[in-house]
Design a protein around this ligand. Structure first.
Ligand code: ATP
Ligand code: MG
Length: 377
């Protein structure tokens, strides 16, 4: 045990000596700071930043309970142990409910060192827990980033395709103009078309950049319609290739949701990708039932407005045996080259972090519906 700084609030030097002797007997290594009244106590907390506080219950010009509330305010994590002789069991229990770490009676000082060790152990356990939580958070953050890179690659692929169309148009228009055979009126018209096409590209690139940025930024109201339209334009390409029919049921008048847009996009993209995979698994070729349905509907839950986005596929479905595992990190039923098993676990992380909800229902070889619930603005 490295030397800790102990603050003793004690008016009797005899008692202080007894306490310190007990600590010495227990082999406790510490740096003592001794105070006797309120002013000294306040100053010591401020200047010395003690690791532990030992306080008498009743003092001539101050009292232990006030010392406790000051400690709770100024240094809430510092353990506070009452060492006193003047109070009964009731008062002792009261000190604990007010936040004291422990109490030891002066006529049973043998209990002091065990109480101290207990408190130290609790602190260490607490610190270990905090470290573990921090590590977990960092790992999740890394996973989120790597999954995002994956989603981004997908997004970039889809966009390259989208961007190609306006670029082709721009090239055609430029060739028309360069021939020099058009009257000024026509040139004017074509120039403005070039501008429109250029702006389309610019918006797409901006979207991609916004998604790529590590969005620590602000939550903004985003229209659900715009959101789903964006997801659609991203996913459409992959759906076309798999000959999947997409049905959209989105009310244009839906309220907005407060979010970081890139993150909802990431969640929806994961759900849609899973749906496409499930449909391809059930129907490797074309089938008239190879269908995906995306819906957004308003909901009332507990007097509050929510929006439920449903991503439904009529694919292979989720068997009961794996239903409990699908949100686990790295759980995948797809080949190693196809799935990493990050999509749903990362999505759930994002969803939880925002206080949204993600749930699903499924009937093998019939359908799977994922529900994303978002609070409306
Ligand atoms: N719509 C769905 N239909 C059928 N099974 C699904 C569906 N969505 C998820 N699953 C099951 O849940 C598992 C985990 O999904 P998750 O998105 O986390 O990982 P993945 O799709 O396998 O890989 P990744 O998303 O990292 O590429 C999938 O492997 C699949 O078995
Ligand atoms: Mg997935």
């Amino acid at each position: 045990m490295t030397a800790l700084k102990f603050l003793f609030l004690e008016d009797s030097s005899t008692d202080l000596e007894l306490i310190q002797r007990e600590l010495k007997k227990g082999g406790v290594d510490y740096i003592p700071v001794h105070v006797q009244d309120r002013d000294e106590y306040l100053k010591a907390i401020e200047d010395e930043k003690p690791d532990f506080i030992f306080s008498d219950y009743s003092l001539p010009n101050f009292d232990g309970l006030s010392a406790l509330s000051i400690a709770k305010e100024q240094c809430p994590t510092t353990p506070f142990i009452f060492v006193s002789g003047t109070y009964g069991e009731d008062a002792a229990i009261q000190t604990l409910t007010r936040g004291a770490t422990d109490y030891v009676l002066k006529d049973r000082l043998v209990k002091l060192v065990p109480a101290l060790r207990r408190a130290i152990r609790e602190i260490e356990e607490h610190q270990a827990l905090r470290r573990a939580e921090q590590e977990k958070f960092e790992i999740e953050e890394q996973l989120r980033q790597s999954q995002k890179v994956e989603a981004m690659g997908f997004l970039a692929g889809a966009m390259a395709h989208e961007i190609n169309n306006p670029i082709m148009a721009i090239i055609d228009y430029a060739q028309l103009i360069s021939k020099g055979e058009l009257d000024p009126d026509k040139v004017q018209k074509i120039s403005s078309k070039i501008k429109t096409e250029g702006e389309r590209i610019s918006i797409m690139v901006k979207d991609l950049l916004r998604f790529a940025r590590h969005e620590k930024g602000n939550f903004e109201p985003v229209s659900v319609f715009a959101l789903v339209s964006k997801v659609r334009s991203i996913a459409e390409q992959r759906m076309k290739m798999s000959r999947i029919e997409l049905e959209l049921h989105i009310d244009t008048a839906l309220p907005s949701v407060l979010c970081k847009e890139g993150q909802i996009l990431q969640v929806l993209l994961n759900l849609i990708n899973n749906g496409i995979d499930a449909l391809n698994q059930r129907y490797p070729e074309y089938n008239e039932d190879k269908r995906m349905i995306i819906q957004a509907k308003p909901e009332e839950i507990g007097g509050k407005s929510w929006i439920r986005i449903t991503v439904e596929d009529q694919g292979s479905g989720i068997p009961q045996e794996i239903a409990k595992s699908i949100f686990n990190t790295f759980f995948t039923t797809k080949g190693a080259d196809k799935g990493t098993g990050l999509g749903l676990s990362v999505s759930l992380g994002i969803v939880k972090e925002h206080g949204w909800f993600l749930s699903f229902e499924s009937m093998p070889n019939e359908y799977t519906r994922f529900f994303l619930d978002l609070p409306a603005v």
